[in-house]
Write a protein that binds this ligand. Structure first.
Ligand code: AMP
Length: 225
């Protein structure tokens, strides 16, 4: 199955996408991570998109389409993808529709995490990413502890686009450009909306219900108790 997960920056998309992909053995495709990698590696593309990302604007659909075309043509990823942060506007959603059909795949579920602007700002300002293992923490809400994180603290970094002014820009870009896509998927009966202010595991449980695998998941959990 291919899944799309939506939400404003800081809604917890990455966290839920990680949990879902590790349980269902899907490949998480975060266009934000792919683009940040280009910036980090100082590639030509990275240098071109750096100022755009740092201003909280969207990079061009052409760049995103090139990335997604490569991904959808990989046999190992066939119908095993979870998209985090993509599509980001109506044209990307239509392009994805075209590409998905061309590669004889389908979108099974679209999950949207709804969170208000104030909560997003608080969450994003505290966000820390471990550059060693990729785990995401929040210095206010869920700081790293030694039970779940063994990397040295020097690896904990904030993202360069996680400042208050940029986060407000990114939220507004989300409202203007990305929210209209939800209707596109609603009409196709693919959309499921969640209260992104709820606790992480509660949202995950609701997602398992929507995917129709709550019973199996609870059963597997009980085996480890
Ligand atoms: P994210 O990590 O998903 O919040 O993305 C970080 C930044 O990367 C965004 O603010 C955009 O500048 C850019 N970006 C990520 N995904 C896309 C996309 N699908 N289309 C355009 N820009 C994107």
């Amino acid at each position: 199955m291919n899944i799309i997960i939506f939400g404003p920056p800081g809604a917890g998309k990455g966290t839920q996408a990680d949990k879902i992909s590790s349980y269902l053995n899907l490949h998480k495709i975060s266009t934000g991570d792919l683009l940040r990698n280009e910036v980090k590696n100082n590639t030509d593309l990275g240098n071109k998109i750096k100022p755009i990302i740092e201003n909280g604007k969207l990079v061009s659909n052409e760049i995103i389409n090139n990335l997604i075309t490569k991904i959808l043509s990989k046999k190992a990823f066939y119908n095993r993808l979870i998209f985090d942060g993509y599509p980001r506007n109506l044209n990307q959603a239509k392009d994805l529709d075209f590409l998905i059909k061309k590669h004889e795949q389908k979108i099974s579920h679209v999950l949207s995490l709804n969170v208000d602007k104030d909560t997003v700002v608080k969450r994003v300002l505290g966000r820390q990413v471990c550059t060693n293992c990729g785990k995401i923490f929040n210095e206010y809400f869920s700081p790293p502890n030694s039970n779940e994180h063994n990397c040295e603290s020097k690896f904990l970094e904030k993202r360069s686009d996680d400042s208050e002014k940029i986060i407000v820009n990114r939220y507004e870009t989300y409202e203007k450009e990305t929210l209209p896509i939800l209707n596109f998927y609603k009409k196709q009966n693919l959309l499921h909306e969640f209260n992104g202010n709820s606790e992480i595991n509660l949202i995950y449980k609701e997602i398992m219900t929507v995917l129709g695998i709550l019973e199996t998941w609870l059963y597997k959990l009980s085996l480890y108790k």
